[in-house]
Design a protein around this ligand. Structure first.
Ligand code: ZN
Length: 965
């Protein structure tokens, strides 16, 4: 083959560009054949022409750059550069510039010769610097010798990829531009979930509330099946907004209640079409014609819109809060109740858990008195007995009742005497008295009996939880459980069944199946009583979270897990988690219904809720972090221009008002594959894929099968895109659609994640499974692809508060040990925790500022702490690093702990922390040496776990090619 013409073809390829806004709402008339459609689109939007003329690259632009190496000339390191002109303009705002990555290879050989990367999709905040790394001669950089002792990869003749040019997450926010605005009816795909933006509700709700996996809806099931992309959404009905965003307006329709479709019960929304001079409306969900009630009548303007359209939020906004009429609920609103059930057995005393919990409760109550004056608070403690604290009406002292029958527990008090209204000064004082009394009640629990064993080393956790649920049965509320060890006494006692002999076997997943039926029945009881359960698990050994997590999963609760808890180590995280749990926006007695346009239905739901009826999700307590996933499927072919998803959440506010929060999103229906790919949303796909894989691991398959399913889906999707949407006839190139250009990296991140590997402790696995089930999208992204920052090489703009209060993050480094040097200090955010790595030769002045004058190289991780210097100037390194940490911890459902990781340079020894740190550097090939702490899979699953990012791209490419032949 003529290499030059081949090359010209490759560079001429005009993948696609963001579709202009004009396409929105006009999705009809597309050719039905995918391939023809691609050509049609290409003709229409051919503004992505590459220059075929080779030029020496000097400065890749920030906008987008295609740097590649000519297959035939790579020894000379010739680079080609083309300036794309495509940009997506949306109401004057610009989003992700069209970029395009492709990897050329000799057809049939599976060898990658060229790599083109493009900036565009951002991941974190701002960096005004060029995002492209210098080009390094088309070969992998040799390892620096630091960190894991990776042998430098042997230069393979065929491996000529410039690793700095393959697609990666890159900063998107610009310091010299105002904060980006996202107009929800602009037709553009939402900005990345991890980027800062201001959502402007133009009729569709903000992506913070509903974020779709594709922003076009497929016309029929065959189209969806073809793409192999999951079609669904992540719903976060009470998500936090920025200060610049308007909260959903509140509408009161009076006793008549909101206007709804009499056929499908959809709520009034901007897509109801008013006809017959305003006397009727056609429902956008089911196309039924309804009569407009007299009190709601308004005539229409010449364009057919109601004249009062812009005055009524329900007719122009995608999110509204409706005051619920009395007939929407059958029970009166009760005061928000918070019942703490705290472990006071021997290990709880010895690890400082009891003291930490009591202090955290005290601070949380202080906060509740400000934020939720209607709240009532009560406490139960337990060891092998149950301890109830109550105050008689008008009483001045707390009273203690002890229940020893933990096989059939009962509640010796009534809610009126033990759930204290904290807004009342006297009652709050009594609660503080109880908190002071508790350590005295349990002070002898660490004293040994005559056998030398502690007297109270048993925990009647099941009985305490059951008693708590019974106490709240009539009033609902939050049950907050604190646990130090496996429940081993009374009802709900569990066996220690963590059999490591089953690890790495086909029976491993049986350890995730809950023990017995006690906790599943208790969970159902709680859900029906409108009680949510949160668990703070602080064990030193196996605690069977697989069984206990049923309580949180069914009731809308949250689980926190501090492995090997000790107050010194985990006290701060526990305290901060408890504080956020109590202080975040919380609503009670919630029920959510999700409706879709006729022809679509919800087939799968993920998250923490109780499925009462087919389409009702009961959520006893819902908060701003509560997040749910749904999968959609087609019942019939859609015959409308747009399809709609609407969520309705009936809930009680902390102030005691019943509201219905409505979120509506209406999207164009398409008959072309390319529109689905072009408007797909990687962040949502990552989150849904994780949820889907987790639910499969739990019930159907092994981690290995889940891994295989993930990369098979990646290959299938890219194959379909390649086959039907790409105009490049030769299969010799890996073509990545712009919105999915990071799909291979995200897939690699998933299959390398601990979640998908055997050998992790069962509690850790059960915890992460629970975490993923209710994980918001912005957390899922860094969970899969951690962020690595250099603290010693930050640009001046980074981590300093600007005039408008914005704090920009430093550039994100490549997730490879190549990015790490002995002279540097680095911070890694893996979505759950933050880790600082200190190089052995880090400058003394840097380490002094950050960690004090401790001898870094001699010290182990335990003695090092990041100093907090209140007096530090705002531009000092110390203040900037704290700014960065604060920014990364913002809006997270649980507190990201900070650990310091160092390697003893004298002995060369490394801790588990070091291994875990390097495990996160997913672009590296895994190493079969002391650094490798993971089961990496076997040959039969493609050894994907071992692969470097480049290897993985080759593997994906080969997989696609194999499908062609
Ligand atoms: Zn309807």
């Amino acid at each position: 083959m003529d290499s030059k013409s081949n090359e010209a073809q490759a560079y001429n390829y005009n993948g696609y560009a963001q579709q202009p806004t004009a396409a929105y709402g006009g999705a009809t008339g597309h050719p039905t054949d995918g391939y023809e459609a691609a050509q049609a689109d290409q003709t229409r939007y051919s503004y992505d022409q590459f220059s075929t003329q080779a030029q020496q690259v000097t400065h890749p632009t920030e906008q987008a750059a295609w740097n590649g190496v000519d297959p035939q000339q790579s020894e000379q390191n010739t680079q080609y550069y083309a300036q794309p002109t495509a940009q997506a303009h949306h109401n004057g705002e610009e989003y992700a510039a069209a970029g395009y990555g492709s990897i050329g290879a000799n057809s049939g050989q599976g060898e990658i010769h060229n790599a083109y990367g493009a900036s565009g999709y951002g991941y974190n905040q701002v960096a005004p610097q060029p995002t492209m790394q210098p080009v390094h001669g088309g070969q992998l950089q040799p390892n620096t010798g630091f960190g894991p002792q990776v042998p430098a990869p042997k230069p393979k003749k065929e491996e000529r990829i410039d690793s700095s040019q393959i697609p990666r997450w890159s900063p998107d926010d610009k310091t010299d531009e105002p904060l980006k605005k996202y107009y929800t009816r602009s037709g553009a795909s939402p900005p990345p979930s991890t980027n800062p933006f201001i959502a402007i509700d133009e009729g569709n709700c903000s992506p913070r509330f509903i974020r779709m996996s594709t922003n076009y809806i497929a016309q029929d099931a065959e189209l969806v099946d073809q793409t192999k992309l999951c079609i669904g959404a992540i719903i976060q009905p009470l998500a936090e907004q920025t200060n610049a965003e308007e909260p959903p307006p509140i509408r009161d329709f009076g006793e008549q209640g909101p206007i709804r479709c009499s056929n499908c019960r959809a709520y009034v929304n901007p897509f109801f079409q008013f006809v017959d001079h305003g006397k009727s409306f056609i429902c956008n969900m089911c196309t039924a014609k309804n009569t407009v009630p007299e009190h709601y009548y308004c005539n229409l303007d010449p364009k057919g819109f109601r004249r009062d359209r812009n005055d009524r939020p329900e007719l122009c906004r995608g999110s509204i809060d409706i005051v619920a009429p009395a007939d929407y609920y059958d029970t009166p609103v009760t005061d928000p109740c918070y019942l703490f059930v705290v472990d006071a057995s021997y290990p709880s005393l010895m690890t400082g858990l009891l003291d930490t919990a009591l202090e955290s409760i005290r601070d949380s109550v202080d906060e509740l008195r400000q934020s939720c004056p209607r709240a009532r608070v009560g406490i139960i403690t337990y060891d092998q007995n149950l301890y109830f604290y109550s105050v008689k009406k008008g009483g001045k002292e707390p009273r203690l009742d002890v229940v020893a029958d933990t096989e059939d527990p009962f509640v010796p008090v009534v809610p009126q005497t033990c759930m204290l209204p904290i807004s009342d000064e006297k009652e709050a004082d009594l609660l503080y008295q109880i908190l002071e009394l508790i350590p005295k009640v349990h002070q002898f629990n660490h004293v040994a009996d005559n056998t030398g064993m502690p007297k109270n080393d048993k925990r009647a956790f099941g009985a305490a939880t059951q008693a708590g649920a019974m106490l709240l049965e009539k009033i609902g509320g939050k049950l907050i459980l604190v646990l130090s060890k496996l429940p081993d006494h009374g009802v709900g006692k569990l066996e220690s069944r963590d059999d490591i002999k089953l690890y790495h076997t086909s029976k491993e997943s049986t350890l995730l199946i809950p023990q017995g039926s006690f906790y599943s029945k208790l969970a159902t009881f709680c859900a029906q009583a409108k009680v949510s359960v949160d668990i703070f698990a602080c064990p030193n050994t196996y605690v069977d979270l697989a069984t206990l997590s049923q309580l949180t999963r069914t009731t809308g609760g949250q689980i926190y897990y501090y492995n090997s808890f000790h107050a010194h180590k985990d006290g701060e995280a526990f305290h901060r988690d408890m504080y956020r749990n109590i202080s975040r926006y919380t609503a009670f007695q919630a029920v959510m219904v999700i409706r879709c346009s006729k022809g679509l239905s919800v087939t799968q739901r993920y998250g923490n809720f109780f499925a009462k009826e087919a389409n009702e999700m009961e959520i006893p307590v819902i908060h701003c972090d509560s997040s749910f996933g749904i999968m959609l499927s087609h019942d019939t072919k859609l015959d409308t221009k747009e399809a709609c998803i609407q969520t309705a959440l009936l809930y009680a506010t902390p102030e005691g008002e019943r509201r219905i929060r409505i979120h509506t999103i209406s999207l164009p229906v398409t008959s072309t594959l390319c529109n689905l790919f072009r408007h797909s949303d990687l962040d949502t796909i990552i989150n849904l894929s994780l949820k889907q894989a987790m639910s499969q691991i739990l019930y159907k398959c092994s981690p290995k099968d889940a891994r295989k399913a993930l990369y098979t889906a990646c290959i299938e999707s890219l194959f379909i895109y390649r086959k039907y949407c790409s105009t490049q006839h030769s299969p010799g190139q890996l073509i990545l659609p712009e919105p999915l250009k990071l799909l291979p990296l995200a897939t690699l991140g998933m299959i390398k994640h601990n979640l998908f590997h055997s050998g992790q402790s069962m509690d850790e696995r059960a915890f992460e499974t629970a975490l993923v089930g209710s994980m918001p999208t912005y957390v899922a992204c860094s969970f899969v692809n951690p962020c690595l920052f250099s603290l010693t090489d930050m640009p001046d703009f980074a981590c300093v508060e600007g005039k408008d209060g914005r704090v920009f993050l430093p550039p994100v480094l490549k997730l490879s040990s190549d990015s790490i040097t002995e002279e540097g200090v680095y911070l890694l955010d893996d979505g759950r925790a933050l880790k600082i790595w200190i190089g052995g030769s880090a400058p003394q002045k840097v380490t002094d500022q950050l960690f004090g004058t401790v001898q870094v190289v001699e010290g182990g991780p335990a003695v090092l702490q990041l100093l907090y210097d209140e007096k530090a100037s705002p531009t000092s390194l110390n203040a900037r690093v704290w700014n960065l940490i604060t920014q990364l911890r913002r809006n997270c459902p649980s507190f990201k702990t900070l650990s310091i990781v160092t390697r003893n340079t004298h002995t060369g020894s490394s801790s588990l922390d070091v291994c875990q740190f390097f495990d996160h550097l997913i672009e590296d090939a895994a190493r079969k040496n002391k650094w490798n702490s993971k089961d990496l899979g076997t040959k039969s699953d493609g050894r994907c776990g071992e692969m470097s990012y480049i290897d993985f791209l080759c593997y994906i490419h080969k997989g696609i090619q194999d499908k062609f032949f």
